[in-house]
Design a protein around this ligand. Sequence first.
Ligand code: FE2
Length: 286
Amino acid sequence: MQPEVQHFYHEQSGTLSYVVSDPQTSAAAVVDPVLGFSVVSGRTDSGPADEIIAFIKKNKLTVEWILETHAHADHLSGAQLLKSKLGGKVAIGDGICKVQEYFAPVFNLQPPFAADGHQFDHLFGDSETFTIGNIECRVLSTPGHTSDSVTYLIGKYAFVGDSIFMSDSGTARCDFPGGDAALLYRSIQKLFALPEDTILCMCHDYQPDGRELRYEVTVKEQKQDNIHVGGGTSEDEFVRVRTTRDQSLSLPALILPSIQVNIRAGHLPAAEDNEISYIKIPLDTI
Ligand SMILES: [Fe+2]
């Protein structure tokens, strides 16, 4: 039994979210939902999550899981908004604790914040299994872009987060705290060891040279054609290419707000005594 997969594209951040459902039971998981955000006005925008909510309701699905592939640095997670409307357990890889440990001092986060992952409903270990209705799913730890990155294997689909991108775009950057290009190479080899007809579902597509959106690609195509790791590229060569490219990249526009929300499992920072919630900007730190 294979799941049904519906994608959702958030153009501003180039992010792909998914609803993955079991046609037998109508149980579903949402992967990497987005909360829109304007850094200029400080306004959040429920639009991207509303689209997913409408789809879930129209198809009468029951959300069992809200799955994060990692703590994203380019968009805010819509996980808590979705949970408040649809239920489901918010989960991420257990490497999130390392990400929280790194960023808690950067943002001077105080108790009750703790770098123990308790903000999430579940932390997945490597190779852990779970179900969506009658569909067996497995977690594959795929660090390198971040230390908490995981891939969710659901039927013939693999939700790879920011490890590999479409073959014409290569791979995800490895220069964030906890990032490691050699580790990413090894994680990608784990993906390449999956059956060749496995469908890798992207977390991002930036539509290079204006090509149309693509978000699914087989392991076979990636092994042959990926511009960073295809054609039998060695680890040393990959690390050289990846590291050189990372030196030319600027930080994502929403990195500071995103991290503060996403290490809280998508909760906004607690409101102050005037009932307003604030995002911090650490000066001369990142
Ligand atoms: Fe990312």
